[in-house]
Design a protein around this ligand. Structure first.
Ligand SMILES: [Zn+2]
Length: 108
């Protein structure tokens, strides 16, 4: 179990990097273990090829709503504009053009 003790954002080479420090929640004889992690916030909404491939395989090359395999688009489940990530397959799904447009109409 880790607990988050600190978090901050740094600009490194014009890229936003989110840093956070974790501590072991339990006290041990050796003292707290502190780990520092970096998470680069990629301000690029492009979906990486390996993510696309993983999504394509998971969704079997079909729209997740109707099963159509025509005119498919990679869709952000949590919109990029709302902080959704392009970097993880969990936030990307396959939608046909029709459902992609329908979803966009509902959100925006
Ligand atoms: Zn569809």
């Amino acid at each position: 179990m880790f607990s988050l003790v600190d978090a901050w954002q740094e600009d490194i080479n014009a890229r936003k990097v989110f840093k956070f420090r974790l501590e072991l929640a339990e006290d041990t004889e050796a003292g707290n273990t502190v780990a520092e992690r970096e998470l680069e916030l990629d301000h690029n909404r492009l979906i990486l090829p390996q993510v696309k491939l993983a999504v394509w395989k998971r969704d079997k090359g079909k729209c997740v709503i109707c099963g159509s395999s025509d005119n498919l688009h990679f869709d952000h489940i949590i919109p990029y504009s709302r902080g959704g990530s392009s970097l993880v397959a969990e936030n990307i799904q396959l939608l046909c053009a029709r459902h992609n447009i329908e979803k966009r109409d509902k959100i925006e």
